[in-house]
Design a protein. Structure first.
Length: 222
């Protein structure tokens, strides 16, 4: 029988993101207009948005792994106040990353111990990815890992879903996809045929209900 597979997003699902804090830190380094038009960060903390040609190009290139972290930071430095250092920019960008509750990783570990197959599918960038990967040893929690900056493709485009299905041999009928962004969930449903939920908490509720239903059916048979 095909193993049940769960595909997890990283930012906003496993690790919390603090976009308002990141915006606040960049306000100290550059004019507010550049936060939107170059970084593409919504000032109200709604996340990363593509609002200009500069944003689309810079964020696309970095998220897709087409430019190095050094190139990314130096490009941002050109929009910052005179005297702003690369380290200050790096620190501001990293401040988007918030806590990663250990119980989420424990839950994923528990799923694997129960026989579920777990996959990580993330739009990320090297500067955000590396410290999370190193600190939390994410590789030990997943059977397969797919990251945009390594694959040079990203959600919600069809090519990355096709790639994951093909490379990980994912059976769509037995797969649930966890992603906080509606556009990515819709793409997962459309291109891969996956069932979707928006959070680990919602995933827990779904499986708890499934187990409750299974228990009720077993009791009826006794």
């Amino acid at each position: 029988m095909e193993k049940n597979t769960i595909v997890f997003d990283l930012g906003g699902v496993i690790i919390n993101l603090n976009v308002p804090r990141c915006v606040g830190n960049f306000k100290k380094l550059m004019h507010e207009e550049y936060i939107r038009t170059v970084l593409g960060i919504d000032d109200e903390g709604e996340g990363v948005v593509a609002v200009s040609a500069a944003t689309k190009q810079l964020m696309h290139d970095y998220e897709y792994g087409n430019i190095s972290t050094e190139e990314f930071l130096k490009t941002l430095q050109a929009y910052c106040f005179p005297g702003t250092t690369i380290e200050q920019i790096k620190s501001a960008w990293l401040s988007m990353l918030d806590e990663l509750p250990q119980e989420r990783l424990d839950y994923i570990k528990g799923l694997r111990e129960k026989g579920y197959r777990t996959i990580l599918l993330s739009n990320s960038n090297e500067l955000h990815w590396q410290p999370i990967w190193d600190q939390y040893h994410l590789g030990s929690y997943f059977d397969a890992v797919f990251a945009s900056q390594m694959l040079h493709m990203a959600k919600p485009n069809q090519e990355i879903f096709d790639y994951v299905v093909r490379e990980a041999k994912v059976d769509s009928v037995h797969t649930i996809y966890v992603d906080d962004l509606e556009k990515n969930r819709k793409a997962g449903e459309q291109f891969a045929g996956w069932q979707t939920v928006s959070s680990i908490e919602e995933l827990k509720d779904r499986y708890a209900q499934r187990e409750k239903t299974a228990d009720a059916q077993r009791k009826k048979r006794l």
